[in-house]
Design a protein around this ligand. Structure first.
Ligand SMILES: C[S@@+](CC[C@H](N)C(=O)[O-])C[C@H]1O[C@@H](n2cnc3c(N)ncnc32)[C@H](O)[C@@H]1O
Length: 296
């Protein structure tokens, strides 16, 4: 618990400093090495893209070409998902993030890992080429920092994706992102999202359960734990479902992960705050959500 608290407080302090993004990336690079691409993570992203493309074909009869252009919301520092989509044959993409964290050497290292295993060749930047120019050669426009609603024309995308992002923004921003997908997709276009909805601080502090963040009231969470780099909205599956059902989407796939006996036993180790009393235990003990939506 102490480790978690100290980590969050350090993130909160860094978030208040000038040039906080640059300082955070520098610290991650120096202290944790988490900016450097690891083959296992990159390969994991490749499997995710394969899953998205398979689901688009199976659930909606879409070919890869039907998914163009593709908008990725929250592409991260390594742009692994846009690179994997490119390798899978998607030639026009927009990659966005609220943090402008992507750097040429990291994205090139990520591409090199893809090229070791993939059939299509992403290649490397030409001498002297900057990130924007190289990505443009790959058909990827990188927009960061960029916030929904985006400066992009309506009904212009075949696929909008957001992978491990929607657990971070405040619920009103999540609502805005769903609404933005509606605005930007062509009729029949797809929105695909995967969302981890457990407390990821358990990875840094093994004394925590995956549901630790449910112990706190909204006021306490905002006051002591929210920070610029890893905010968590703690939304449960039904919160996402309510937002989605209010929009012109057809739900093609709705998959709630977790919520079974093992997770319920883990949930029983904590006392969720009374503000979560209206949720059934299976909702509180859910660990992930995967949704495929079709724009009506
Ligand atoms: C866990 S990373 C996932 C990165 C990438 N999608 C992947 O799977 O490799 C979460 C990313 O979401 C971004 N993010 C958080 N809130 C966002 C928002 N409101 N809009 C867009 N991106 C956001 C963060 O900056 C971060 O890069």
């Amino acid at each position: 618990m102490m480790r978690f608290f100290l980590k969050v407080q350090a993130q909160r302090v860094i978030g208040l400093l000038p040039y906080s993004d640059a300082i955070y990336v520098w610290l991650q690079r120096r202290l944790t090495g988490s900016v450097a691409p690891r083959a296992s993570d990159v390969m994991g992203k490749r499997a995710i893209v394969r899953d998205y493309i398979d689901m688009a074909a199976r659930l909606a009869g879409k070919s890869v070409a039907d998914l163009e252009p593709h908008l990725d919301i929250g592409s991260g520092w390594l742009l692994s998902l846009p690179l994997a989509f490119r390798q899978a044959g998607i030639k026009q993409q927009v990659a966005t993030d609220i943090h402008a964290g992507a750097q040429l050497q990291d994205v090139a290292a990520s591409a090199a890992i893809f090229d070791k295993v993939g059939l299509a060749c992403l290649g490397q930047p030409k001498p002297g080429q900057d990130l924007t120019a190289w990505l443009s050669d790959l058909g990827i426009r990188y927009m960061a920092p960029a916030y929904a609603p985006f400066d992009l024309p309506p009904a212009s995308f075949g696929l909008v994706s957001s992978t491990q992002v929607l657990m971070h923004p405040a619920p009103d921003v999540v609502q805005l992102i769903y609404a933005e997908a509606v605005r930007l997709l062509r009729p029949g276009g797809l929105f695909i999202a995967t969302i981890k909805i457990y407390d990821s601080y358990c990875h840094a502090d093994p004394s925590l359960t995956r549901f630790n963040f449910l112990r706190f009231s909204h006021a306490t969470w905002e006051r002591w734990f929210q920070n610029r780099f890893t905010p968590y909205n703690r939304m449960r599956p039904s919160d996402h479902r309510s937002l989605i059902e209010a929009l012109p989407f057809e739900i093609l796939h709705w998959e709630v992960q977790g919520g079974g006996p093992a997770e319920l036993a883990e949930l029983a180790r904590i006392t969720p705050h009374a503000e979560f009393a209206s949720y059934p235990p299976e909702e509180l003990a859910a660990t992930g959500l995967k949704v495929v939506l079709r724009r009506r």
